[in-house]
Design a protein around this ligand. Structure first.
Ligand code: FAD
Ligand code: NAD
Length: 483
């Protein structure tokens, strides 16, 4: 038996590393176990988000957006670029540098906060003991008063399109799609969800012909459908070929390409050949080798670790957070749970508001939402008012050639409290956060409408949408009637 800790966190993704840092800040003796290593065999902290998720995808989205802008958007500003080309290996190298910087940053934060970093595979034993197996197969058992499970998630595999690196990395998951060394001429994407749209956009901007095969009949089914419809229109105009209601029935790698068979929305058999195929049909919780039979921790029917509203598992003193538990698979949701759990361990009464978690798709323009959709409110029988405002009537958006999209604000019909906000448009990620803050303070649409917004800013669309809830938007184009 080795050292005893107040808190051992298993997994150093955005849920685990934040929990570890907060616990250490609160004076608890904390260790964080991580199995991920680099080529040199050193621990890699930061999990999916920093290494193969949020950060590298945004790095490539940024590079590809700059290229696309220079290619298609500079002329009208009078900027001549001459012959333009993209050096994909350089772009990937930049992404890797950013990943190394961010991941190294967590290792630095662990040191400065006195979190002990333990390299190895963690397994929860009975009695809040954690067995850590290192790369050489040696194991050490640590004891803790509290264990926080933050082992995250991995991509879902489908038998009709197995990801097999032995086939020259032609059929890949999101991790493989962040590593292409050249622009695939024909890129297939199975699943037009968040990853499909973000990574499809990256390669489309660099010149790939992108076809997204989506099983559902509706686009971005969980989002507000007015915004989803507008988003589909914009992305289709950009060149993404989004085919809804498609059932993939098989795929065959033939040399350097892959042939995909699917039934289209009319039930007709189709075949399409691609140079690369990204499979991004969701992620599943990762618990392999994590729980000893007598650990006492229970999973739910979908394989997530079962927790209560405060992330407590079925074993007292064992907690679970992030992608491995219910709720949206988002980095900020996991981080917030990490803070709540650390503070609860320290005896505080922290809580998290699951009703106000912003959700962003980092296409261009971005798509962002917080709170409830119109469809959810209808289903719940809630009476509401809606205000929308288009970016084409926002001076800053026109000046920046970013007039696609709109802000949609939904407020309770009786109290006027904001129930949801859904945006497709420039800087939607930052705009929706302003509304999220308002919602946390119980803001009404009128409160936002009465707030002075700087001019010219994209955020004026938020104010105008709030005014529009009551028919008072000032710059509303094509108004039929004014109240
Ligand atoms: P993870 O980040 O998955 O971390 C879990 C860690 O636990 C890993 O490091 C793993 O090695 C380690 N681990 C697992 N089992 C063990 C064990 N037994 N012992 C030791 N270590 C173990 N979310 C956003 O909010 N915004 C985005 O823009 C965004 N973009 C994304 C883009 C892509 C391409 C992908 C794939 C995901 C993206 N996500 C985004 C989702 C986000 O990455 C996840 O929600 C987030 O990483 C979950 O955090 P986590 O800490 O729960 O798990
Ligand atoms: P997703 O759930 O967003 O999208 C998966 C899509 O695949 C869905 O539209 C689904 O209907 C479709 N699908 C499922 N099975 C299919 C099949 N057999 N054939 C065709 N389509 C099929 O999942 P994702 O895009 O894989 O992303 C995984 C998770 O990672 C998401 O839950 C998301 O929360 C997180 N993520 C977040 C961000 C962000 O916040 N910007 C970015 C990337 C990933």
């Amino acid at each position: 038996m080795s050292e005893k800790y107040d808190v051992i966190v298993i997994g150093s993704g955005p849920a685990g590393y934040v929990a570890a840092i907060r616990a250490a800040q609160l004076g608890l003796k904390t260790a964080c176990v991580e199995k991920w290593t680099n080529d040199a065999g050193s621990v890699v902290n930061g999990g999916t988000c920093l290494n193969v998720g949020c950060i590298p995808s945004k790095a490539l989205l940024d590079s590809s957006h700059r290229y696309h802008d220079a290619h298609d958007g500079f002329d009208q500003h009078g900027i001549n670029t001459g012959d333009l080309s993209i050096n994909v290996p350089e772009m990937i190298k930049r992404k890797e540098k950013i990943v190394a910087q961010m991941s190294g940053g967590i290792t630095g934060l662990f040191k400065s906060n006195k979190v002990t970093s333990i390299l190895g595979y963690g397994k929860l034993l009975a009695g809040k003991k954690v067995e850590v197996t290192d790369n050489d197969g040696g194991s050490t058992v640590y004891e803790a008063d509290n264990v926080v499970i933050a082992t995250g998630s991995v991509p879902v595999n489908i038998p009709v399109a197995p990801v097999n690196p032995a086939d020259n990395n032609i059929v890949v998951d999101s991790t493989g799609a962040l590593e292409f060394q050249e622009v695939p001429k024909r890129l297939g994407v199975i699943g037009a969800g968040v990853i499909g749209l973000e990574l499809g956009s990256v390669w489309s901007r660099l010149g790939s012909e992108v076809v997204c095969l989506e099983a559902m009949d509706s686009f971005l089914a969980m989002m507000d459908q007015q915004i989803a419809k507008e988003t589909k229109k914009i992305l289709t105009k950009q060149g993404l070929d989004i085919r809804l209601g498609c059932r993939v029935t098989g795929s065959e790698v033939k040399g350097e390409e892959v042939e995909v068979s699917y039934l289209d929305s009319n039930g007709e058999e189709q075949k399409q050949t691609f140079d690369k195929l990204i499979v991004c049909v969701g992620r599943r919780p990762f618990t392999e080798g994590l729980l000893a039979e007598d650990s006492g921790v229970k999973l739910d029917e979908r394989g997530f670790i079962f927790v209560d509203d405060n992330c407590a598992t079925t074993v007292s003193g064992v907690w679970a957070i992030g992608d491995v538990v219910r709720g949206p698979m988002l980095a900020h949701k996991g981080s917030e749970e990490g803070v709540v759990v650390a503070e609860r361990i320290a005896g505080q009464k922290a809580m998290m508001n699951y009703n106000i978690i912003p959700n962003v798709i980092y296409t261009h323009p971005e798509v962002a939402s917080v709170g409830q959709t119109e469809e959810q409110l209808k289903a719940d029988g809630v009476e509401y008012n809606v205000g929308t405002f288009p970016f084409l009537a926002i001076g800053r958006a026109v000046a920046a050639d970013s007039q696609d999209g709109m802000v949609k604000m939904i407020a309770d019909a009786k109290t006027d409290r904001i129930l949801g906000c859904h945006i497709v448009g420039p800087s939607a990620s930052d705009l929706v956060q302003q509304v999220a803050i308002g919602m946390e303070f119980g803001s009404t649409a009128e409160d936002i409408g009465m707030t002075v917004f700087g001019h010219p800013t994209f955020s004026e669309a938020v104010k105008e949408a709030a005014l529009s809830v009551h028919g008072h938007a000032i710059h509303m184009p094509n108004r039929k009637k004014r109240k």
